[in-house]
Design a protein around this ligand. Structure first.
Ligand code: FCB
Length: 405
């Protein structure tokens, strides 16, 4: 029997664009159409059905739910803020609180308003100020009801997909642009961190808990060599630790939100910068089980990453961890093995405070569309009917008792 600490945060995560539907003012909306990708369309219709979805989360004993606010709904045109849409999110947060579920609110989860991307998005030096102004509008009203904030989801994944690999809008392929975008997002976080604290002070509210949700892969090499050692060091710095070091130099983080999915297996075959910075060894000589998108399943990597985070001396909340699969037994196996590793990390002194599974519902998996099924709950995209999966019920027992049998 494996016992987790009392007051552990248990639950799941979603993001607005992936579940709400009809986010017509966001940059992904025209991009999906231009590129002929699967369109997000009505997504899970969570914008209307959130009450029903939170009933299910409640039945599943979740005590925390991570959600995001869609900037483009709040500020559909530059400088024009929508009280009506903000009220919608107030209602959403009330719906969680009415069910005794703690909201954890993300202010930016990959998508931007169209007007913002037309100004050059996160490449523009005005981005920091524009993002802060939106955050001020939202946080001033939500402060009374929200204790946990995530400013930005996965800055390193955003900058690499949108500005290096060219898989997401605006599909740039430039290391310089990626660096600039990541710097701007880092500054935005630092600025919004103090902004949120200032708002809570002005409103005489207890200090909130603020972080980023940071994606970290466990980086390994398949054989020891100088090149591989160098690549591991570089990748760890560039993707995993620089941003945390930067933010912490400014003392602008109360917890580390960790999004962990998989490992990177490095085998550098030449001296090009690209092979040091990206690519997995193609040789498949350490074959592992994979999710339906082909990502290696590697629960031990979670332990390794958590142990590396120990040096920061901050609480860690696992803000995403999950699997897309059509085999629900595999989902439970994934959950079980990863939770076991979270517990090992706690035993070894890492201050882990919570675990949020990605995701509550099947949803729109960005450029991969609706095929990958990450949900604890199955969504039928024709009828929008929800079906709770068996793995969700097993996880519900863990959430209820804080014990992994
Ligand atoms: C993470 C994203 C999340 C989801 C999962 C599978 O990188 O934050 O929106 O797409 O991957």
């Amino acid at each position: 029997m494996i016992e987790f600490p009392k007051h552990f945060l248990w639950g799941s995560a979603t993001s607005a664009y992936q579940v709400e539907g009809n986010n017509t003012n966001s940059d992904w909306w025209p991009w999906e159409k231009q590129t002929g990708k699967e369109n997000s369309g009505a997504a899970c219709r969570h914008y209307e059905l959130y009450g029903q979805d939170f009933d299910l989360a409640k039945d599943l004993n979740h005590n925390t739910h991570r959600l995001s606010i869609e900037w483009a709904r709040i500020e559909p045109l530059e400088g024009e803020f929508s009280d009506k849409e903000l009220k919608h999110y107030v209602d959403v947060i009330f719906a969680l609180k009415a069910r005794n579920i703690e909201p954890m609110v993300t202010l930016h989860h990959f998508t931007n308003p169209i007007w913002f991307s037309q100004l050059g998005g996160w490449e523009n030096s005005r981005a920091v100020g524009l993002f802060s102004r939106y955050c001020e509008f939202v946080v001033s009203v939500l402060a009374k009801h929200v204790h946990y904030w995530i400013t930005i989801n996965e800055p390193t994944i955003y900058s690499s997909h949108a500005y290096i690999f060219g898989t997401w809008p605006p599909q740039a392929k430039s290391l310089l642009k990626a660096k600039n975008v990541q710097d701007n997002q880092t500054w935005a976080h630092i600025k919004v961190y103090s902004l949120i604290n200032k708002i809570y002070k002005e409103q005489n509210l207890p200090k909130p808990v603020i972080g980023i949700a940071h994606h970290i892969s466990a980086v390994y090499s398949c054989k020891d060599s100088l090149r591989n050692r160098l690549a591991i060091f570089l990748r760890d710095q560039v993707y995993n630790y620089w941003i945390l070091d930067n933010i912490l130099r400014h003392k602008a983080m109360d917890f580390i939100g960790l999004n962990y999915y998989s490992r990177m297996l490095v085998d550098v075959k030449n001296w090009s910068l690209g092979s040091f910075l990206w690519g997995n060894c193609p040789d498949n000589h350490q074959p592992l089980k994979k999710n339906s998108l082909g990502w290696d399943i590697y629960p031990q990597g979670l332990l390794r990453v958590l142990l590396k985070l120990k040096k920061y001396n901050l609480p860690v909340i696992i803000t995403e961890n999950g699997i897309c699969t059509n085999d629900d037994n595999q989902r439970w196996e994934f959950l079980y093995d990863h939770l076991k590793n979270v517990h090992l990390a706690i035993e070894q002194g890492v201050d882990v405070r919570g675990y949020l599974y990605w995701s509550l519902l099947d949803n729109f998996e960005w450029h991969n569309g609706y095929d990958p099924r990450f949900g604890l709950i199955d969504v039928n995209y024709t009828t929008f009917h929800r079906t709770v999966r068996e793995s969700a019920r097993k996880f519900a027992q863990v959430c209820k008792n804080g014990v992994l049998e």
